[in-house]
Design a protein around this ligand. Structure first.
Ligand code: SF4
Ligand code: SF4
Length: 443
């Protein structure tokens, strides 16, 4: 149940929205002007404001700006006529959550409201979890993409091709996806107009607005075959469409580039009183997860949906709170290659297999950790402890140095004395290239 304010100069729209939303248990007020809306916002705490874009005196855009100045954490949804869709896209850039083009059905209104409330719920849960310092949640926003904030993204492949998909915040506000409807090849899309429909478990249909105009060249069949790809890898294998853009330069002006978007989010998060941190996407290697997936045992890494069961069941974690297998997988999926490979934590997995059988996604984390360690070794990242052990092995032919004293003790017990055979072991280390890895790692 949420407290919602409807703002529209058409009484019939206000009344019908109120009726539809009250049926789902919300408390709904309505006013006919922007001026009255500002007064209502002063007097009552609304969670969501649904406002018409075109109104006399104070229009929807001006109302959005004023409301956001007064109460940043109110979510604003725009009601827009056909001719004002471009303005609605700009409104999202300025902080509107979404928009509903007129005429809309009761189901469309309910879907967008359910999504915004779900997003608010997730953010509130995260805030509470952060307060209790239980868990950190991450939203992913690769820096090299353009965004319709909290909605869709565009990746420029070259001057005549782009890829589009839905963003992390949108996906998390939907819950379980049961159907995705994408346009057919050859269809012409317009920025801000419908491009995909996503149905959730409760039967709500969420509309995705196209972030660019152009012709559909290719549909991602992997998404059609398995909807979970979108949740697992929204900016990589979970892309929706490849488009030949028609007005890319103009369209990009209505979107926010990744790096400023991080700052946009950061400001928003700080205003809402949350501890926001960000990692700049520059320097990330988006192919890292595929590199892991190509290793024996690493095949299922992209199945991880971050439930945290592995961390909860890990005995190493029980001893050292800093060890967090879920986080390691998350970092790997985000492409933080050098951070993961140089981390001492990847060496702490004891291969106990506790997480292996509990993981609901069959990620086979134990094997994934081995795959990551193998890549680390190849790239010259070996934990100093292993380097020390290898040095001892190389210099003494065994994992500990045998002293005269050891042999005296052995003789007293009737055991033969131990001879160091480091030349043979040295040769083995050379043939197997372990020696090269030691040298590379020392550098
Ligand atoms: S239990 Fe599996 S799905 Fe859950 S976070 Fe760990 S690896 Fe990912
Ligand atoms: S296999 Fe590794 S990550 Fe999994 S529970 Fe055991 S120690 Fe933890």
């Amino acid at each position: 149940m949420a407290s919602i304010l409807i703002v529209d100069d058409e009484l019939v729209i206000c009344k019908s929205c109120k009726k539809i939303l009250e049926q789902t248990g919300h408390i709904v007020d309505y006013v006919l002007t922007g001026k009255e809306a500002l007064k209502s916002v002063e007097e009552k705490k609304y969670e969501v404001i649904i406002t018409d874009l075109k109104m006399p005196e104070i229009n929807g855009m001006e109302l959005l700006e004023s409301v956001k100045k007064k109460r940043e954490n109110v979510d604003v949804i725009m009601i827009t006529g056909y001719a004002t869709i471009e303005t609605a896209v700009q409104a999202m850039k300025l902080g509107a959550y979404d928009y509903i083009p007129k005429p809309f059905t009761p189901e469309e209104l309910r879907s967008v409201v359910s999504r915004v409330l779900e997003k608010r719920k997730v953010i509130e849960e995260e805030r509470l979890a952060e307060e209790r310092d239980l868990i950190r949640f991450e939203y992913t926003m690769p820096g090299d993409l353009y965004y319709l904030p909290e909605h869709a993204w565009v990746k420029i492949e070259n001057s005549s091709l782009v890829r589009i998909g839905i963003d992390d915040v949108f996906i998390r506000s939907i819950g379980e996806i049961v159907e995705i409807k994408l346009p057919t090849k050859g269809k012409t899309l317009e920025q801000g107009k419908l491009c995909a429909e996503i149905k959730d478990m409760r039967g709500n249909i969420h509309k995705m607005w196209s972030p660019v105009s152009g012709e559909v060249l290719e549909i991602n069949q992997d998404v059609i075959k398995d909807y979970s790809v979108v949740k697992i890898d929204p900016y990589g294998s979970g892309w929706f469409l490849r488009i030949i853009p028609s007005h890319l330069g103009e369209d990009l002006k209505n979107l926010i580039h990744g790096t400023p978007l991080v700052k946009w989010w950061l400001k928003k998060e700080l205003i809402q009183g949350r501890k926001a941190k960000y990692v700049m996407a520059e320097g990330l290697d988006s192919n890292f997860k595929y590199e892991i997936a190509r290793q024996p045992g690493g095949e299922n890494i992209t199945h991880c949906f971050q439930c945290g069961t592995c961390t909860a069941s890990c005995p190493v974690r029980a001893i050292d709170e800093r060890y967090n297998p879920r986080k390691i997988i998350r970092m790997a999926l985000l492409g933080m290659k050098s951070r993961v490979l140089s981390s001492e934590f990847i060496w702490l997995c004891s291969s106990c297999y506790s997480c292996y059988e509990r993981c609901p996604q069959d990620v086979r984390l134990t094997d994934v950790m081995t795959a990551i360690s193998n890549i680390a070794v190849r790239e010259g990242y070996i934990h100093p402890l292993y380097i020390n052990s290898l040095e001892i092995l190389k210099n003494h032919g065994r994992l500990y140095e045998v002293s005269e004293f050891d042999n005296k003790i052995r003789a007293r017990s009737g055991l033969p004395s131990l001879q160091e055979d480091h030349e043979t072991v040295k040769k083995i280390l050379e043939i197997t290239h372990v020696d090269t890895f030691i040298k590379r790692s020392k550098k």
